[in-house]
Design a binder for this molecule. Sequence first.
Ligand code: BGC
Length: 760
Amino acid sequence: MTDIDITNQGAATASVADLTLEEKASLTSGASFWWTKGVERAGIPSVMLTDGPHGLRKQRGSADHLGIGDSVPATCFPPAVGLGSSWDTALAHRVGEALGVESSIEDVAVILGPGVNIKRSPLCGRNFEYFSEDPIVSGVMAAALVRGTQSTGVGTSLKHFAANNQEHDRMRSSSDVDPRPLREIYLRGFQRVVEDAQPYTVMCSYNRVNGVFASEDPFLLTRVLRDEWGFEGLVVSDWGAVNDRVSALAAGLDLEMPSSGGATDAQIVDAVRAGSLDESVVDASAARVAHLATRWQGTPRVAGPLDVDAHHALAREVAGRSIVLLKNDGGLLPLRAERSVALIGAFVDQPRYQGAGSSMINPTRIDSVAREVAIKVGEDLVSQAQGFTLDGSGDAAALRAEAVALAAENDVAVVFLGLPAAAESEGYDREHIDLPAVQLELLDAVLEVNPDTVVVLSNGSVVALPFADDVSAILEGWLLGQAGGGAIADVLCGDVNPSAKLTETIPVRLEDSPAFLNFPGEDGHVRYGEGLFVGYRWYDARKIEVTFPFGHGLSYTTFGYGDAAASVGADGDVEVRVIVTNTGDRAGREVVQVYTGLASADVQRPERELKAFALVELEAGESREVVLTVRRADLAYWHVRTDRWVVEGGEYTVDVAASSRDLRSSTTVEVVGDTLVLPLTRESSLAEVFAHPVAGPIVQQAMAQMASAMEGAASIMPEGVDMAKMMGSFPIGRIGMIAGDSLGPEQVDQLLAMANGAGA
Ligand code: BGC
């Protein structure tokens, strides 16, 4: 890979003090579909931003928003669904760097990605572009990718901010989500990337969040993004996401894309002249655009031409690390030498390697799995049958019969199943998670004649696997990019030992999934009714059986885990240590996962949440200590009443696991919580007052004095009734009703003033 020195990179500041209001306003919208405007006389250039995320989609001619129309050939790496499954941050960094190199060669200042939206429902048409149902996996993997790209001087665009978890009605729909899931699930991944990697840009999404367009939401774009997380870059709109340009600018949206033909620039100028928009707001956004552009101007470009072979090799390596071995009964895989293989299914010749929409790359080449398997196994041992068509054309019975005959003649049948391209795409969602019936029928027929059948899946998001118990070996191949064919051959034949694990649960039925009753919403609103319980958090809480759990993935070797130990360090982070041993007979990689829980929590919390992970590479028989860090901040929940993060104290369980349902060693750690003293009001319940360090003892004493007066009342209560508990929800402001003059309104107010003064 090319070495890049960007230490002396470009102008770090850009002044807009000498620009006219018109010039400043003009900087804040695009010149064309992919280019920003410059101001020539001030030396501010026009720069290009283009898709993303898993390859460069740079169009040569005029804009063709969602198409692939004539974009320069570029390496199509596995989309996030694949890369995420590697759980390998070093690999994500290398992919990011390669994306940066390709962008730099093509003079692209910002590549539009990565996408870190949470896979709320398996139905979302764009799940293939996102990493996970879990915010830690999403955030950690995306941060590594961003750092990789930006190490080349090319910027990234973290998207789609925020709560954009479906395609249905995406330009209008309001994602109605409560504060805790918003913070703990939907924003957490974005926060991680912003805080750890400072992407040059963040792209706001099309949708509304709790009724407000993301493009004009000051809460999201300014308070959360800049004030809380310290974002220093530029906020760009998704293409066409601006509803009201002046409100958007005021809310914190710096750059409208694509071009508005100057119409909305004039609206900004008018608003400033009319006094309804402060010119300093325009200055700030114009300066950010100018900074992005001048920084790019001063960044050394990577010299071309692109090393197509090296990037293809990287794409193959990544694809191999993206394939999840879901099942491998009897060690059917890797394929043993001298066994004949029938490759069955339309995907053999028509690989599905990326998803549809704005992320479609024009690949530099495409591997053929049939050719790659033949190279390894020997041409005479490999044969092929189509089995079915992807568009439903042709004689299904005849195609099936031909494939079944071939399966019967060969030692092993490898059946390639998956979703046709049209089944999932940007712009619309799926309606079910089933594979086409023609494919399932074919598989059943093959299984009748050959028990040594392997299924290889191609799909951008999970599909139901009704055959999971009947098939010996299953490879989840997701969408693997242009080198997917080679990578599948590498895994089938054992040249690559699979190490990927699921970043999304494979449910038994769509009906089991968390958002089933709340997706995709109606009347312009989608209610995130499952709250915090997204993905495995839901299946675990409801004790729902799944086909394969979050975090699951096998290897051709096996791993043993020692006893985990956890301790709190000086910085408050929790350090987890465990010895992992490769107990099999070949080298392999294991993704070690750490989940925490707090059974004594005061608030609703999932039983187990992923907080850290690490990849360890071990030779056969080798042992190594793996050290993982759970950040204290990641233990926090969002405290709704005080609008801030709070780490609750207590004994946390720490599960070290091979998957969310394969816990290998559990321990506990005592965490000291944040001090949280809620201000007391007349509305505060007696339980809250009792718990208060100042007011508690006073009121308890007063209540004890009252006890004798209440004896008569207490005597009619059944024995054992806890009066304090019974009265726990009684507001202190109304205690006078019971306590009489001893705690009348005046005394209560005095008490509250004293408590709040002391607690402040
Ligand atoms: C997509 C973005 C993409 C942009 C530019 C939008 O429709 O949502 O992800 O980057 O178009 O193609």
